[in-house]
Design a protein around this ligand. Structure first.
Ligand code: FAD
Length: 351
């Protein structure tokens, strides 16, 4: 039958490619379906100046070292080039652009409804990341606000905001880094849930990735170890520079929007032209809604990467709930390898 495979991987970002790396050695037939026009996954949409927190030495997918060593923090474009080259080097069968709309389970496997017709497989791996599911809090009056409402996943460069008053919401790294850039060209406001926490200057990506490795080893050996949180702001160069301009003063959350302003519960108002929500993402799992497995958190119940509810389905790369550090380039390899082992066993036992 046309378009029939042992395994279909949905998503051709770093997680889908790591799956491809191990699948090509498994002897199983497989394809990776990705809805972008080129390789790079979420990195294609990241803002222009974004650099990885992880130095090149800690930013490699299985089998191919990202060059640059322990002092180089790869740029967005270098990361995209790396993923493109990885895909070519291992001749990974990625079909683009194919948008998977729905996944249905039947007795012998799965049917996938896509923009390129139906695909069939014995097993499915969802590796769709979270970039296409931005989270914006539901704030009263947001629909009557006449200014521009953006999420960090739409932000590219600061120049477009010159002359506008821009509010930036969120105390994470995205908020701090976007504020650093935008405040160089125009007036800004920073709105955070709580007083933002900055990591000490010496705690850079190398330290964080070392700490994460130590945590993994400690967990494996049943010991306690608490590394500094990646949720705190890392003092990358742009953030240090903005700190020297005293940009990082923040207001607590406002209550509502009017047509042109933000309004706080004490009546305080701030007129703005644009608001950029740097408020994170939820997993992009819309295509799995047809299986009825999405819980209230927007996730699915898994044991490692394996769905607890649907036999033959795995979810890879979404963060710690699908494997330790699995949303990073270096961490997803471990999850992908274990997943391919489970799939091989599953398909073997079905024969
Ligand atoms: P994605 O890269 O999002 O790839 C998923 C692919 O699936 C995309 O191409 C998407 O378009 C496609 N897709 C989605 N839905 C469908 C569908 N229904 N049908 C077909 N295709 C679909 N990671 C690091 O390792 N080091 C870092 O230093 C680092 N720094 C970061 C800094 C910031 C500010 C941010 C926001 C992220 C950072 N990350 C870093 C994390 C990294 O960007 C993401 O976790 C990573 O891109 C996730 O990879 P993925 O392959 O799981 O998902």
């Amino acid at each position: 039958m046309k378009n029939k495979f042992d395994v279909i991987v949905i998503g051709g970002g770093q997680s889908g490619l790591a799956m491809g790396y191990y699948l090509r050695r498994s002897g199983l037939s497989y394809i990776i379906l990705d809805n972008q026009h080129e390789s790079g996954g979420a990195w294609l949409h990241a803002w222009k100046s974004l650099r990885l927190f992880s130095p090149a030495q800690w930013s490699s997918l299985p089998g191919m070292i990202m060059t640059g060593g322990s002092d180089y923090y790869p740029t967005r474009d270098v990361t995209i080039e790396y993923l493109k080259f990885y895909e070519t080097k291992y001749s990974l069968p990625v079909k683009r652009p194919v948008d998977v709309f729905n996944v249905y389970k039947h007795e012998d496997g799965f049917t996938l409804e896509t923009s390129e017709g139906s695909f069939f497989s014995k097993t499915v791996v969802s590796a769709t990341g979270s970039f296409s599911n931005p989270y914006i809090p539901d704030i009263s009056g947001i629909n009557i606000f006449k200014g521009q409402v953006l999420h960090s996943n739409q932000y590219q460069t600061p120049e477009t905001f010159t002359g506008k008053r821009v509010a930036i919401v969120g105390e994470g790294n995205s908020g701090a880094q976007i504020l650093a850039e935008v405040s160089r060209v125009t007036g800004t406001l920073w709105i955070t849930q709580k007083e933002p926490r900055f990591l000490p200057d010496h705690i850079d990506g190398r330290f964080l990735f070392d700490a994460a490795t130590q945590m993994y080893e400690a967990q494996k050996n049943g010991k306690a170890y608490k590394p500094p949180s990646l949720g705190d702001i890392v003092m990358v160069e742009s953030v240090k520079e903005a700190r020297s301009r005293r940009v990082y003063k923040s207001l607590r959350p406002f209550d509502s929007f009017t047509e042109d302003s933000l309004v706080w519960s004490d009546g305080h108002e701030e007129k703005i032209d644009t608001i950029i929500f740097c408020t994170g993402f939820k997993p992009s799992l819309k295509h799995l809604a047809s299986l009825g497995i999405i819980n209230d958190d927007g996730k699915a119940d898994t044991d490692g990467t394996k769905s607890k509810q649907v036999d033959g389905l795995w979810l890879v790369g979404y963060g710690n709930w699908t494997g330790f550090a699995s949303a990073t380039l270096i961490g997803v390899g471990r999850s992908a390898r274990a997943t391919v082992e489970q799939i091989s066993e599953y398909i073997g036992s079905e024969k």
